[in-house]
Write a protein that binds this ligand. Structure first.
Ligand code: FES
Ligand SMILES: [Fe+2]
Length: 464
């Protein structure tokens, strides 16, 4: 049942990244490039198709659509399965959106053929009208699509020869499994259509270099600790130096930073976590030395957040023994998670055309075990400048249409990246060239692993 893809022409990828620090502008708007991605990239990668909590009961199904392909993901008694979303008679799409079908299964609206939720054909109207060879189950059962699972989500892949999902996203699983990524549940889910190439939207989250100008409210309370203030601030945005701060002041800044982040993201750092910080700050004795005192604070806070959540019945990781995870974790090509304490935000960005994309954000929370949560359903997209979006995504969105416009300007040939912290953009773009240029599966898989995780990553040797 292996699918065949058009033969790529090695070395003939248009607008190929030939210098790892320079990304040609046309990759973000050229129609041919976009068509090549549709033919050679999207059908061969693992795509986050749905959260499993979207289909909690046997018979629940959801459609996942990307460009010209649509898949049904359905929960059956034998587990979650995926099928290509087309009637085996004359190709009518079977399912739209989401629904439940345990009793009736799927029915084609054209001539009424039917299937069980396991994809077996159960009814052909006027069966005697067809030749026997066209009624063989291999001809009329729904076509299965590869589906594998990680982090509470179903991922689909049209390529039967692609490496297993967990091999390709190993660094992300290693970082987020100890944080119980599979137990997160949706707090809220929103979406927007952006007049922006999908890669541009992804790349807005691959570095913290933009925080200084795009999110000045975060920069203003950024901690002057090694590892926090990684970029030298411009003269008009210089904060206090570490030497001038007391432990108490550092703790206050830390709480303020997290409060701004929590409010700005409407999640990620949950309001509960900020409340715990505020409650704890006056109860603890900390060393006067700001570096020592701050580390004590961080340990005590992790302990308290862990304790409070466990007391509420949450299966919560021990934040003091769980390795610190990079704050943005990319799952190639179009999904990423932002873990903070016990919760996360997550994003998925699908191309609609060469210069538009569908941008989704989820706030994900670890709830007490057994707490009933509503079945999440895909939201209708709202305008990217809609004030209902939390302030930080609004700030990120505000740059993207302007960047898309700027890329068309005469004289702009390529982006110039810092190889130290904008390397993920280059790593990603070169992996895409690997798919378009016919690089072999094993080398591509290695490239996928190197392009996983990776916020503020350097340019890497991805093996081709
Ligand atoms: S196209 Fe579906 S039953 Fe004919
Ligand atoms: Fe941002």
């Amino acid at each position: 049942m292996g699918q065949t893809f058009p033969a790529p022409k090695t070395g003939e990828v248009p607008f190929k990244v030939t210098h790892p620090k320079r990304i040609p502008a046309q990759r973000y708007y050229d129609q041919t490039f976009s068509e090549l991605e549709r033919e050679l990239l999207w059908p061969r990668v693992w795509q986050m198709a749905c959260r499993l909590e979207e289909i909690p009961e046997v018979g629940d199904w959801v459609e996942y659509k990307n460009l010209d392909k649509s898949v049904i993901v359905v929960r059956t008694k034998a587990g979650v399965k995926a099928f290509h979303n087309a009637c085996r008679h004359r190709g009518v799409k079977l399912a739209d959106g989401h629904g439940s079908c345990e009793v009736q299964g799927f029915q084609c609206p054209f001539h009424g053929w039917r299937w069980s939720i396991d994809g077996e054909n159960t009814f052909v109207f006027g069966r005697h009208l067809f030749d026997q060879e066209d009624l063989d189950p291999t001809e009329i059962d729904l076509k299965p699509c590869r589906v594998e699972f990680w982090g509470g989500c179903a991922f689909i892949n049209f390529d039967d020869h692609a490496s297993p999902l967990l091999e390709t996203l190993k660094p992300v699983a290693d970082a987020l499994d100890p944080r119980h990524a599979d137990k997160l549940r949706v707090e809220w889910w929103s979406s927007a259509i952006l007049p922006t190439n999908w890669k541009l939207a992804m790349e807005a989250f691959m570095e913290g270099y933009h925080v200084m100008r795009t999110h000045p409210q975060l920069q203003a309370v950024n901690l002057p600790l090694p590892g926090y203030d990684r970029y030298s601030a411009p003269p008009d945005a210089t904060g206090p130096s570490l030497g001038s701060l007391t432990t108490r002041k550092l703790v206050e800044m830390f709480i303020q930073y997290n409060a701004v982040l929590s409010e700005g993201m409407a999640g990620m750092v949950h309001a509960n976590d900020v409340a715990i910080m505020n409650d704890l700050k006056d109860k603890v004795q900390l060393a006067d030395d700001p570096q020592v005192g701050f580390m004590q604070w961080y340990g005590l806070l992790n302990e308290e957040i862990t304790k409070c959540n466990r007391a509420r019945g949450v299966d919560f990781p021990d934040l003091n023994t769980t390795p610190l995870a990079s704050p943005v974790q990319f799952v190639f090509p179009h999904y990423f998670l932002l873990p903070m304490f016990g919760n996360m935000a997550s994003y998925r960005i699908r191309p609609l055309t060469a210069e538009t994309c569908l941008f989704e954000i989820w706030s994900l929370v670890l709830y007490p075990e057994g707490e009933a949560r509503p079945r999440p359903t895909a939201p209708a997209p709202i305008g990217h400048d809609d004030p209902r979006f939390p302030p930080i995504p609004q700030q990120d969105y505000s740059n993207l249409p302007r960047q898309q416009e700027g890329l068309h300007a005469g004289g702009f040939e390529y982006m110039r990246l810092t190889p130290k912290v904008e390397g993920m953009i280059s790593n990603y773009q070169r992996v895409i060239d690997g798919f378009l240029g016919g690089v072999d599966q094993a080398t591509l898989t290695n490239g996928l692993v190197l392009a996983s995780g990776g916020f503020d990553a350097p340019v890497k040797d991805i093996g081709f």
